[in-house]
Ligand binder design. Structure first.
Ligand code: B12
Ligand code: SF4
Ligand code: SF4
Length: 306
């Protein structure tokens, strides 16, 4: 017999996966991160940039009595986007989870409402360390690359969490567990171009991970120690996902979206973004999970490679 509540089974039929924990674990999530911080294992720049709001989760003020946190995993492909430059087409990848935040959020919220009908509960977006929640709740497992994995879709999924006044009959709370192969396999550590994954420590060295730099505003130049050949996506990085055996069957799941003409590429490389043109371009970029803030820096590294 399936022990999962009906709403989880309903979501599963719609292609999204979920788990639920009691609201009392909100404090546990915070202490999972605090414990690492107190031991000095988290880089201070990283911690100060992300602590508020991610590591200090708060219930929304007008929410009332929350009883549970629902965590949802939504499979997502990567995107292949095209920049035209000097008569050639440059195909660059946007990894899963950078795009379609709002449509996905709206879809998941409507599915949650449908799943509980005829009962009606409140759902408010929960900003918290959602990988820790997914693994603690049994929805996912950690890879050594510190990304979480679900069956069939590997690491190709977005995570979202919701506070709810639904009181769950189950309260999953497990040890943080790694994928079975991580014990012996070191494929991700071997391909990581910046040594962010180290064999003797499971916790990622975030301060060495490429997205920690290329998600920032373009006014922050890449540090000199990053080899220009390390860059492999227009934002983010996919090398450790590409190398992972658990992503083998999903790694080519890709949607072609967005083509930037010679003129648009030249504009993005120039880096002067003002007025209505900038607004239009930002809108076009958002469709592929990008925005103007990462330009021209992130595109220039691929131009100088040619
Ligand atoms: C900050 C952040 C980043 C930072 C730091 C990443 C990091 N590893 O912390 C940067 C900018 C580098 C980043 C990069 C990416 N991110 Co990011 N990021 C986040 C964010 C906002 C918080 C993550 C966090 O809590 N970090 C704090 C650290 C301490 O927690 P942790 O990584 O879970 O680490 C745990 C384990 O190490 C564990 N642990 C420690 N020792 C041991 C030992 C064992 C044996 C085990 C099992 C566990 C264990 O303890 C830690 C705490 O529980 C979340 C969104 C959110 N709301 O949570 C998205 C999020 C995690 N990112 C996401 C993604 C997709 C990425 C990228 C893959 C994107 C890309 N392709 O470039 C990369 C992956 C980089 C990597 N290898 O981790 C997704 C992950 C989805 C998934 N499938 O898991 C999230 C959830 C966004 C989303 N809504 O979907 N990200
Ligand atoms: S995302 Fe890239 S830089 Fe970060 S751990 Fe994975 S391979 Fe290394
Ligand atoms: S590449 Fe190997 S060690 Fe890294 S997450 Fe995948 S199975 Fe684990």
């Amino acid at each position: 017999m399936d022990k999962n509540p009906k709403f989880i089974r309903y979501l599963e039929k719609k292609g999204v996966f979920a788990s639920v924990v009691s609201i009392r674990h909100l404090a546990d999530l915070r202490s999972d991160i605090d414990a690492l911080h107190e031991k000095g294992l988290l880089d201070e720049t990283f911690y100060s940039e992300y602590a508020n709001p991610y590591f200090e989760p708060q219930l929304p003020r007008n929410f009332g009595k929350a009883k549970s946190i629902i965590v949802v995993s939504i499979p997502q492909p990567k995107i292949r986007t095209t920049f035209c430059y000097n008569g050639r087409q440059m195909h660059l990848t946007v990894p899963p989870t950078y795009f379609d935040y709002y449509p996905t959020y709206r879809r998941v919220k409507s599915l949650l409402i449908e799943a509980f009908r005829p009962k009606s509960y409140r759902f408010a977006r929960a900003v918290l360390p959602v990988k820790t929640l997914a693994v603690r709740s049994g929805l996912a497992l950690y890879g050594r690359n510190n990304i979480t994995y679900i069956p069939k879709y590997g690491s190709f999924h977005r995570l979202m969490a919701f506070y709810s006044d639904y009181e769950s009959p189950i309260d999953n709370w497990n040890e943080r567990r790694a994928l079975p192969l991580c014990d012996k396999c070191k494929a991700c550590a071997n391909v990581c171009p910046t040594n962010a994954i180290q064999k003797e420590r499971f916790l990622l060295h975030v301060e060495r991970c490429l997205p920690f730099f290329n998600e920032k505003d373009s006014k922050h130049a890449f540090p000199d120690w990053i080899d220009p050949s390390a860059h492999n996506c227009i934002v983010g990085c996919m090398l450790c996902q590409k190398a992972c055996p658990y992503d083998k069957d999903i790694i080519n799941w890709c949607e072609d979206r967005g083509i930037f003409s010679e003129e648009e590429t030249a504009y993005l490389l120039k880096g002067k973004f003002t007025g209505i043109k900038a607004k239009k371009m930002d809108k076009k970029l958002k469709r592929v999970g990008l925005d103007l803030t990462i330009f021209p820096r992130n595109l220039k590294v691929f131009i100088s490679k040619r």
